[in-house]
Ligand binder design. Structure first.
Ligand code: NAD
Ligand code: DAU
Length: 345
């Protein structure tokens, strides 16, 4: 089976390439990635020389470039490429609309024209918005995206569903909760907090830190994507989650205990505008239909992720380019000023 995988130089994408090359000897993978700030070919070191893997640098929103790639002939598409960080979407939503909405449309059009046999669209739990305390949204919950990022992903989901309905593109949509693990760019909560904790620097907590996220180890999610590629039913939407939402503050306290650092490193900072309070999904449909369950317990996976960060300090250092340092200054060192600018402009 020939698979076109978009966003394979990113966090989940690079873990997925590695898992598929190992677990699916019949797959040939072409990784189409634009290599934005979040894309890093170093994350694929060790697998890039596989005869079943090739890389194409291209933009999913560039219809001509995508057409040239599709001309090689594929059986399936795994669509992960996206702008993914909520805070960046508050600063500038334009790249989110271009990549997440227009890019998805370009891929759907190509998939339709080329009669692609399977299209797995990687969406997010954020499309449902905040879940009330105690509630776990299933796939029938209405879409209530809060951030420009979430809105762009919800728009992409609706486009995918329209191509299923109208053109019979055999697409499956996966909506997953927060992933963590190796090769995650240090802008997301856990890799940023791990890096700071190991360097005795403050861990920034937005607002009161009681927002809940349901963390899933990236390897478990990659197994879920592999199952969806093999056996997901076309036209279906599936939630994927670990099933145990945790307050951000509890997650950071667990991390500090694990690395033997004091809780005084926790620093409360101005909240993220429009911050969703709680994400919680019912993933019963995916678990029962595809016989999937997460295999990694949170505490052990967190310890493995910390170990990975310790052993890969050079990878992390290379992520922290000048552009990253500017990002960090705007979002953290000068947070108050930056938020005032967002609210007033
Ligand atoms: P990431 O930010 O680490 O990587 C995104 C990748 O997409 C990068 O390699 C980047 O270069 C590439 N990319 C961006 N714009 C592109 C474009 N126009 N054309 C081609 N490539 C482009 O993202 P991630 O965290 O690995 O997320 C992957 C997917 O999973 C996304 O669709 C995201 O919405 C979804 N998701 C992520 C999480 C999470 O916790 N990380 C949870 C649920 C869903
Ligand atoms: O829920 C799935 C989503 O998870 C994905 O669709 C997104 O691509 C991914 O970025 C992630 O979004 P979140 O906004 O939930 O992740 P983030 O790591 O940015 O934040 C997790 C929580 O931690 C959230 O409540 C905000 C908070 N936070 C985050 C950062 C970066 C902090 O308190 N401090 C921080 O410095």
């Amino acid at each position: 089976m020939k698979v076109l995988l978009t966003g394979g130089a990113g966090f989940i994408g690079s873990n997925l390439v590695r898992l598929l090359l190992h677990d699916a000897p019949d797959l040939e993978i072409t990784n189409l990635d634009k290599l934005t700030y979040a894309g890093n070919l170093e994350s694929l070191a060790g697998v890039a020389n596989s005869p079943r893997y090739r890389f194409v640098r291209a933009d999913v929103a560039d219809a001509r470039a995508v057409e040239r790639v599709f001309a090689k002939g594929f059986d399936a598409v795994l669509h992960l490429a996206a702008e993914t960080h909520v805070d960046r979407s508050l600063e500038d939503a334009a790249p989110f609309l271009r990549t997440n909405v227009l890019g998805t449309h370009v891929l759907l059009e190509a998939a339709r024209r080329h009669g692609i046999g399977r299209f797995v669209h990687i969406s997010t739990d954020e499309v449902y918005g905040s879940a009330p305390a105690g509630a776990f949204f299933d796939e029938s919950a209405p879409l209530h995206p809060s951030s420009p990022y979430a809105a762009s992903k919800a728009a992409a989901d609706l486009l995918v569903s329209s191509y299923v309905h109208t053109f019979h593109v055999p697409a499956v949509i996966l909506r997953c909760t927060n992933n963590f693990g190796p090769y995650q760019f240090p802008e997301k909560l856990l890799p940023l907090a791990i890096a700071n904790a190991l360097e005795d620097r403050p861990l920034p907590v937005y607002g009161d830190g009681m927002q809940e996220r349901d963390w899933i180890y990236v390897e478990d999610y990659c197994r879920a994507i592999h199952l969806a590629l093999e056996r997901g039913r076309p036209g279906e939407i599936y939630n994927v989650s670990a099933g145990r939402p945790r307050a951000n503050l509890d997650v950071l306290r667990a991390l500090l205990a694990l690395v033997g650092k004091p809780e005084s490193l926790i620093r409360f900072v101005e909240d993220r505008p429009g911050h969703d309070r709680r994400y919680a999904l019912d993933s019963g449909k995916f678990r029962s239909e595809l016989a999937w369950a997460p295999q990694n317990d949170f505490e052990r996976a967190l310890a493995a992720t910390v170990e990975w960060n310790r052993a890969n300090a050079e990878w992390l250092e290379r992520c922290r380019s000048g552009a990253y340092r500017n990002y960090y200054r705007r979002h953290y060192t000068e947070r108050k000023k930056t938020l005032e600018r967002w609210q007033s402009s």
